[in-house]
Design a protein around this ligand. Sequence first.
Ligand SMILES: Nc1ncnc2c1ncn2[C@@H]1O[C@H](COP(=O)(O)OP(=O)(O)OP(=O)(O)O)[C@@H](O)[C@H]1O
Ligand SMILES: [Mg+2]
Length: 409
Amino acid sequence: MYEEAWVPSKIFKDESKLQPEYIPKRLLHRDEQMKALEEYFRPFLQKPGSIFVRVVFVGPSGTGKTAVARKFGERVNGLRARDGSVIRFAYVNCHANRTLFSIMQKVGRDLGLDVPRRGYSREELIYMIWNHLKGAKEYLIAAIDEVDYLAGVEGGEALYVLTRLPEITGDTVFRVGLIFVFRELGSFFRLDRSIQSTLQHNVIKFEPYTRAQLADILWARVVEEGALYESAVSDEVIDMIAELIGYDTGGRGDARQALEVLEKAGKIAEREGRSVILPEDVREAYSKVMPISRDVIANLKLDEKLLLLALARLLQRKRFVSKVPIGLLELEYQEVCEEFGVEPKRHTAVWDYVRNLHRMGIVTAERSGKGQRGRTTFVGLSAIPLQELERELILMIRRALKRGGGRSE
Ligand SMILES: Nc1ncnc2c1ncn2[C@@H]1O[C@H](COP(=O)(O)OP(=O)(O)OP(=O)(O)O)[C@@H](O)[C@H]1O
Ligand SMILES: [Mg+2]
């Protein structure tokens, strides 16, 4: 088993280039979005502070929203304007940073500030960042990713504050420009009217990728990026993945899913000792790819991961039902906690976890149960291969416990 680490792969040249965090040199078929974004920010970049830019990205999973935002960030970070001021970029994922306070902490850290963990109010934190920007003659562009989550918390109050930052700081200079990334238009419309109206003008749409576009993206990962040996893949295999996932051929048009299938297929071929990926590997890989991305799960808190693991196990055991009552889930959760030597959280916290996971679209939760002993909430997992999920979660939980921390960032 340990030998594997030293035997060079016949399939992968550089596997890190298939990971969801990796930003490729070129983002294919996203010129339009990138241009629109640059257009919106042009006045801010030319004369920093002159206008308050707020841009909204909307599009389903794996359509390149995060990639475009980060790529733009790479380009603008450190840019020096004519007046000598410097543009800085910050990136916040709202699944990892779920309150305004925590969002501002991440922004502060990205600016290189020594941010206090506690003892400050969120307003003080905002002033601290503002003072830094002012003093250092810096202007900030911040991408706030996975905003759908924020929109569902307290009527989007945190989001409201963000869209009004200049008024709150009382500054006439617009030191911050914002990119808000939404997955669903629905959560955008659930927002307060006044937030909607400040945001609705600068919306950039991300459409699911077509089969041909996905084939281009996959090939670029192989040829331009060198993630796999060219000899390990064929037109046949790439086209097969592109067709399975292409929006125009009935798939979700999700580039992350396509890259994951390619990676998994490569692993299967490798495991069989082959140097070429075959269509059969693609079929097997496709059946195992999770519709929810690994990074969404990686961002969960330790207790949420434990709860999700409990749910995955329960549903595997109860093969004939698709959802389980929350009371049963709580019992299983306590057992899972015991197994990993973690103190289980109390009943009310378990409820909060379910609500959060529901909000993130990971679990389903509905109240039902006619009559018998009142109504209770049933929790289910939509369309995720349970074994795969269980395996992934155990790895993540073990890693988190080893690090001694709950959450990955
Ligand atoms: N146009 C593209 N060219 C190359 N790679 C891409 C492109 N679009 C997306 N990808 C890759 O696909 C994966 C998913 O993209 P990304 O994370 O940007 O999706 P997303 O729209 O933010 O999805 P989600 O809503 O689930 O967060 C990433 O690994 C990214 O590098
Ligand atoms: Mg994203």
